[in-house]
Design a protein around this ligand. Structure first.
Ligand SMILES: [Zn+2]
Length: 57
């Protein structure tokens, strides 16, 4: 099974249940950045997402 990169927005926000899961790491980061900016008004760098929020499942 291929590994997937997953971001569970609950780790950032108590109220947001948004989940991103993609086998494509770049896509997962891109979608996560877009969601964080559009929905939460927060900007995260690639490194921040990798270190703090993205999980490999
Ligand atoms: Zn969210």
């Amino acid at each position: 099974m291929a590994k997937a990169h997953k971001l569970d927005c609950e780790s950032v926000s108590d109220t947001c249940r948004f989940i991103i899961q993609s086998e494509n790491e770049e896509e997962a980061v891109e979608l996560a950045q877009k969601h964080m900016e559009e929905v939460h008004g927060q900007e995260f760098s690639d490194e921040e997402l990798h270190e703090d929020h993205l999980q490999v499942v």
